[in-house]
Design a protein around this ligand. Structure first.
Ligand code: FES
Length: 115
């Protein structure tokens, strides 16, 4: 099953992420889609350290270098392409990755039928 997140044009490379919500096991959770180095990646918007949203401004998730997703609370740095925490209090842990695809000018969340 697919869920429309936004249009392709709304995700600029290294720009703001698109925030959205999804149902996971009956719970409504925040998530985001970020284009980085040409690809779109999506994650549940919950830090691996403390389960709160990462953004330091809504949709602003990349650090100043543009190379890492950063948690605004304690500065954990995540690889945008894998969600692995590379530095910070949760180093070695990961953001929960979500499957996305681009098709016909739109970006879709791909939802497994058991979620
Ligand atoms: S809550 Fe994200 S680094 Fe602590």
């Amino acid at each position: 099953m697919r869920h429309l997140i936004c249009t392709v044009a709304e995700l600029t490379d290294g720009g703001e992420a698109r925030r959205f919500e999804l149902d996971l096991a009956g719970e409504r959770v925040p998530a985001f889609a970020q284009r980085w180095q040409g690809q779109v990646y999506a994650y549940v918007n919950r830090c691996a350290h403390i389960p709160i949203e990462l953004d330091w401004n809504p949709g602003k998730l990349l650090d100043d270098s543009g190379q890492y997703l950063i948690c605004a609370t304690h500065g954990a740095l995540y690889a945008p392409d894998s969600g692995e925490c590379l530095a910070g209090p949760c180093a070695g842990q990961r953001l929960r990755a979500l499957a996305v695809c681009e098709d016909g000018g739109n970006v879709y969340l791909e939802i497994e039928s058991n979620e």
